[in-house]
Design a protein around this ligand. Structure first.
Ligand SMILES: [Zn+2]
Length: 244
């Protein structure tokens, strides 16, 4: 009875996949696709290379090297590696500060012109009214002609570490976050990793380092797969937590 009621027949929620359009086959560059195999009491979730079956495509494009990648293990390995490498840095966010359109200055000048007019015509008169008025009018014309300032982009500390942010959002949001940051994960079988690691080394050394965070980090599903993760713009979003 208990088992039956705990297992709804419909409405199974598969959860989000961290690596869709973020993860790619390290052999052919194909995107990782999701495969679900549903059994009465369990759903197995896998990734596989998009070119694994290529009935529709050129047979030469067929790529069967990765086979099936257990999704949970791979997602978990990537998530754990990100936390290990950048979890302790503070996240910043871009803030756009609107440029001055001078409306406040113009309003102030307008008030001064109105005050001067009142003083001169309603109250006792102002000694050099015309001189002062023409100065104010000239200033108003000058400011009116100024171009609007361009908006400025600043990075503002969020007060949250990458880990705090990551742990506060769900899998779907994590996936969207990685995708928008241009994170790019290439998966190969463990036995093939040495080659791709060596070819990566050359470019990595030449890269400009931000906060000593490398461009690429390597996550492993031990005995099975290795994932080379390009961190994309995640690096630019981070800073050292300010000492208190
Ligand atoms: Zn492939």
């Amino acid at each position: 009875m208990l088992t039956a009621s705990a297992q709804p027949k419909s409405g199974i929620r598969f959860g989000a996949s961290l690596l869709l359009r973020v993860g790619f086959c390290g052999y052919c560059g194909g995107a990782l696709h999701q495969v679900h195999r549903t059994f009465p009491n369990k759903v197995y979730r896998y990734y596989s290379c998009q070119n694994k079956r290529s009935e529709r495509n050129n047979p030469q494009q067929k790529c069967d090297k990765l086979g099936s990648l257990p999704q949970d293990a791979l997602d978990e390995a990537v998530s754990a590696k990100l936390l290990e490498v950048i979890g302790h840095y503070e996240l910043t966010e871009k803030r756009v500060i609107e440029g001055d359109d001078h409306s406040a200055t113009l309003k102030k000048l307008g008030m001064q012109i109105a005050d001067l007019t009142t003083q001169h015509y309603v109250n006792n008169g102002v000694h050099d009214f015309h001189k002062r008025m023409s100065e104010l009018e000239a200033e108003h014309a000058r400011v009116s002609a100024l171009p609007r300032e361009k908006p400025k982009v600043r990075r503002i500390a969020t007060g949250k570490t990458f880990r705090q942010h990551w742990e506060a959002i769900d899998d779907e949001q994590r996936h969207a976050y990685l995708k928008s940051a241009g994170v790019h994960a290439r998966v190969v079988r463990e036995e093939d990793f040495t080659i791709s690691a060596a070819s990566e080394q050359g470019t990595q050394a030449a890269d400009d380092l931000v906060l000593d965070i490398p461009m690429n980090v390597v996550a492993e599903v031990p005995g099975k797969f290795v994932v080379n993760i390009g961190l994309g713009t995640l690096r630019e979003q981070l800073q050292h937590v300010a000492a208190v």
